[in-house]
Design a protein around this ligand. Structure first.
Ligand code: TMP
Length: 223
């Protein structure tokens, strides 16, 4: 959505560049979503590198961002602040990030983003369900709407929560949300979003990363 694109200065994102022929349209906004342990960050990075190797100018970025706002998100999580505080922190971080993303797109760059609004809709609709019941999702959509740049493609990397948790068990520090029951609910919410939002493509993420990347790349041409 061009009209939602703004003007904030860059922080914490990475520019990647390369030299081959493009097969995925330039200037696109590509978002990667999935539960913790889906391998999303690895695939987003590999996808950005591949896009750059086709000669596109690519910005690779992520949420929570590497800015002071992203740091407040992490701090809010560490300190187990209220579900609403946490939600508003994610959205505040996104408001600034979206403006930056809009600038990059306006400049003709492609943007590859590891988590975006889908994460808030999927995770916070589960945490806020205790407060808002099933209105949580609609409420979150409404609050996010004014601070969004609409993704061209949202890749949902789908994986069984049990498998995802197994992958995470090697990590030194567990994120707050890395519990199987919770991830099951988040995964169900992602599935719902994928059926409702035409920007979503769903890719089975249980295979080795090279194969997942091929599937993601292949799915772009089918859109
Ligand atoms: P990461 O491990 O992909 O960096 O994400 C950090 C955690 O933050 C992860 O458990 C998902 C969570 N998260 C939300 O709950 N809502 C959001 O809007 C975002 C961006 C992340």
């Amino acid at each position: 959505m061009d009209e939602s694109r703004g003007t904030i200065a860059a922080q914490g994102a990475m520019t990647v560049s390369g030299t081959m022929t493009a097969s995925v349209p330039a200037g696109g906004f590509y978002v990667f979503e999935g539960i913790d342990g889906s391998g999303k960050s690895t695939i987003a990075r590999a996808f950005a590198d591949r896009l750059a190797s086709t000669g596109q100018r690519v910005e690779r970025t992520a949420e929570p961002t590497a800015t002071w706002l992203g740091e407040q998100v992490r701090r809010g999580n560490r300190e187990a602040r209220s579900d609403f505080t946490e939600t508003f922190l994610y959205i505040a971080d996104r408001a600034e990030h979206s403006a930056l993303i809009a600038e990059w797109l306006k400049d003709g760059r492609s943007v590859v983003c590891d988590r975006y609004v889908g994460s808030t809709l999927a995770y916070q609709s589960v945490t806020l369900r205790h407060h808002l019941g099933y209105r949580a999702l609609e409420w979150l959509k409404m609050v996010n709407e004014p601070v969004l740049v609409r993704p061209d493609v949202t890749v949902l990397l789908r994986i069984d929560p049990e498998v995802a948790i197994g992958r995470l068990s090697g990590r030194a520090e567990r994120e707050k949300f890395e519990q199987v029951e919770f991830l099951r609910k988040v995964a169900a919410m992602y599935d719902r979003l994928a059926t409702e939002d035409p920007s979503y493509v769903v890719v089975d993420a249980s295979a080795p990363p090279e194969e997942v990347l091929e599937r993601v790349w292949g799915s772009m041409g089918k859109r």
